[in-house]
Design a protein around this ligand. Structure first.
Ligand SMILES: [Zn+2]
Length: 269
């Protein structure tokens, strides 16, 4: 009996020491590093593979769940500022949450030839939602819309340019943010936010951005909203303005939209 009591006491002693050491370790050990390291999964999807319309969609996914935003440029191949800005933006991009899909040269052939449309008589921004089984440019539009649907995107940003300021000649859209529907409070809210942010970068009042309502059947944002309930805006700069400044506008447009969705934090970038 005496030996048994001795063993029990000894065991209690070791157990107490183990519990105390464990507590001390938990108090003084360094915090876990798992939150300090952010990972971005980068993948690519080939659109219209093997055809004249072949182009690439780049995916940037955070480990942390969040909204999915799609950014497209080069729908018109001679509207260079959005193409340049989206390519620049992709270089070091790390989303803090969610997923961003960027297609910097939607109409690749038109971009390479620096012409508005390719084929010349077909305007891609009038053939949405397209048809992924077609053989002509409707296939490009169709595959792009399939990416939107499959990835259940929350917002579409379509980057464009125009040859004149809307303020000077309203038949052109330079320096505007175009909405397809004035009855969507969310679209009004996000576009008002964007205008306020971007006009801080504008020195001449003639270059101020303005929100306009212009529903155009067959254009990306109109069809995304009306067929799939996906909100989006078309962003337009005027080519009357210096190229570097226009690239800056597109770059900040992308950053502010992603900041609005808390995919990036402007204070950290
Ligand atoms: Zn355009």
């Amino acid at each position: 009996m005496k030996t048994n009591n001795y063993i029990i006491l000894r065991s209690r002693y070791y157990l107490s020491v183990f519990v105390i050491l464990n507590l001390l370790f938990q108090i003084f050990s360094p915090p876990t590093m798992s939150h300090a390291i952010e990972h971005t999964l980068r993948t690519e999807t080939i659109i219209c593979e093997g055809t004249d319309y072949q182009t690439v969609a780049y995916f940037f996914s955070s480990e942390i769940e969040g909204p999915t935003v799609m950014i497209i440029a080069g729908v018109h191949g001679d509207e260079l500022a959005g193409i340049k800005a989206s390519k620049q933006f992709m270089e070091n991009f790390e989303p803090e949450r969610g997923t961003v899909i960027i297609i910097p040269e939607v109409n690749k052939e038109a971009c390479e030839n620096r012409v508005r449309t390719m084929p010349l008589e077909e305007d891609l921004n009038r053939v949405y939602p397209g048809d992924s089984k077609a053989q002509d440019i409707a296939r490009l539009a169709g595959e792009l819309f399939e990416i939107m649907e499959v990835n259940e995107i929350d917002f579409l940003l379509d980057l464009h340019e125009s040859i004149e300021h809307y303020q000077v000649n309203p038949s052109h859209y330079g320096q505007t943010i175009i909405l397809d529907d004035d009855n969507e409070p969310f679209l009004r809210e996000i576009s008002d936010y964007l205008v306020n942010q971007l006009n801080r970068l504008v020195f001449l009042p003639g270059n101020y951005f303005k929100v306009i309502i212009e529903p155009i059947i067959g254009c990306s944002t109109y069809e995304a909203l009306n067929r799939h309930g996906i909100p989006g805006i078309t962003f337009e700069t005027s080519t009357r303005i210096d190229f570097c400044k226009r690239v800056t506008f597109h770059y900040h447009c992308i950053r502010n939209i992603l900041n609005y969705f808390e995919i990036i934090s402007l204070s950290h970038t």
